[in-house]
Design a protein around this ligand. Structure first.
Ligand SMILES: NC(=O)c1ccc[n+]([C@@H]2O[C@H](COP(=O)([O-])OP(=O)(O)OC[C@H]3O[C@@H](n4cnc5c(N)ncnc54)[C@H](OP(=O)(O)O)[C@@H]3O)[C@@H](O)[C@H]2O)c1
Length: 364
């Protein structure tokens, strides 16, 4: 039985053509799925993350685009926007064909700082606009140049701005043409609800600009499926981009203290079930993990600097049978790897799954 009709309801799927990629090496044919956002624009299902490896990012972004990826995810705090911008140009792919997203960092959340912060990102990225601007976390750090402002004891100094005020400043950006869509990342359900209740459309004295966030970028993979939250976001018309779609594949989670108790467990991609399913489709366990997200109507943004991995990820957009998607439910052990709550002095994900593993870990 096909999963297509049952599982894809959040962002409307607008193109689900089975287009065999020219670099197809094995297995079922890859598609080039795009979803429609609540802004009317479309976003690709498979994208490319740029966190870490700054020296490799220019080349990696260029290669990823040439390999067929059209969604690039970056952030001010990754310190790679210049490299990403150069990679975009080096690829030769027209800017209009690329969906580019970046994120505002927590020390720039004061409403008077938001546009300038975006301008700095645009300058480094070498582009007049981004397709998506996300608020990276709901917590605000003290205003100023210091990205991680700390007191004498090393404790993070929080700012006074609320994420609602920051959001309103982001909404204003939609009128400038510098941003096509806005969204959030790492928000709890309650924080997302607060935002929805306070958006422009919720206040009668303002011109409606956007109904609600277009996107929530959050940690989702077979070990942290967040089924209820994903369902709720879908019901609100908020498209989900899965970060760390391969789970604890990123060494960062093993080397930092954020999730020590869970990050050392068997890697998601070593799970026998994913390998077994891979055999059925002629795909790898990595591709099954990514396709699982795509078959739920979400975008995935694996990061890689290695050519064969990038190509493998490009070919992870294929239809899976519902019974196989159902089987992957058994891997949902609610293991969250990205949880800087203690360092950021803010209980993140407070009403979501997988927050027990958080431990103190200073990472910046
Ligand atoms: N919003 C947020 O707060 C937030 C948080 C975390 C991440 N993100 C975004 O999400 C992106 C991805 O997250 P992530 O880097 O944490 O996790 P990930 O993409 O799930 O894992 C990255 C790791 O997987 C490896 N890998 C990628 N493709 C592979 C393949 N086909 N086969 C084998 N290994 C493969 C990479 O290796 P190599 O690098 O050696 O190639 C890298 O070590 C980030 O780059 C960033 O853009 C956002």
């Amino acid at each position: 039985m096909s999963a297509q009709n049952l599982l894809v309801r959040s962002a409307r799927r607008v193109s689900r053509r089975a287009i065999p990629c020219t670099n197809q090496t094995r297995g079922v044919a890859s598609r080039q799925t795009r979803y429609q956002l609540n802004t009317g624009d479309t976003i690709p299902a498979i994208g490319f993350g740029t966190f870490q490896d700054p020296n490799a990012q220019e080349d990696a972004v260029s290669r990823a685009l040439r390999a067929g990826l059209r969604l690039i995810d970056t952030a001010r705090v990754y310190d790679v926007e210049k490299q990403v911008g150069k990679g975009l140009k080096a690829s030769g792919i027209p800017r209009g064909d690329i969906f580019l997203g970046t994120k505002l960092w927590c020390n720039n959340y004061h409403p008077d700082d938001v546009e300038e912060a975006l301008d700095n990102s645009l300058e480094d990225l070498g582009t007049p606009y981004v397709d998506l601007l996300l608020m990276h976390y709901p917590c605000t750090f003290a205003r100023g140049d210091e990205r991680f402002p700390r007191d004498h004891d090393g404790k993070m100094i929080l700012g006074k701005t609320t994420f609602v005020d920051t959001w309103k400043a982001m909404e204003e950006l939609l009128t400038t043409g510098k941003v096509k869509a806005i969204g959030v990342s790492n928000f709890s359900k309650g924080e997302t609800q607060t935002l929805i209740e306070n958006t422009s459309t919720a206040s009668l004295d303002r011109t409606p600009l956007l109904q609600i966030p277009a996107v929530h970028q959050m940690e989702v993979h077979p070990y942290l499926q967040q089924r209820d939250f994903n369902e709720w976001l879908r019901s609100q018309g908020i498209h989900v981009i899965q970060f760390s779609p391969l789970g604890n594949m990123n060494d960062f989670y093993r080397s930092t203290g954020w999730s020590k108790q869970v990050s050392h467990m068997m890697r998601v991609i070593d799970q026998p079930l994913l390998k077994q399913l891979g055999k059925k489709y002629g795909k790898s366990a990595v591709q099954i993990a990514l396709a699982w997200g795509v078959n739920h109507g979400r975008s995935v943004i694996p990061k890689s600097t290695i050519d064969w991995q990038i190509k493998e990820n490009v070919e992870a957009d294929f239809e899976m049978d519902l019974e196989d998607i159902e089987a992957i439910k058994t891997l949902d052990i609610k293991a969250r790897f990205n949880d800087p709550s203690l360092d950021y002095q803010w209980r993140l994900y407070s009403d979501l799954e997988g927050i027990e593993g958080a431990v103190q870990g200073r990472t910046h």
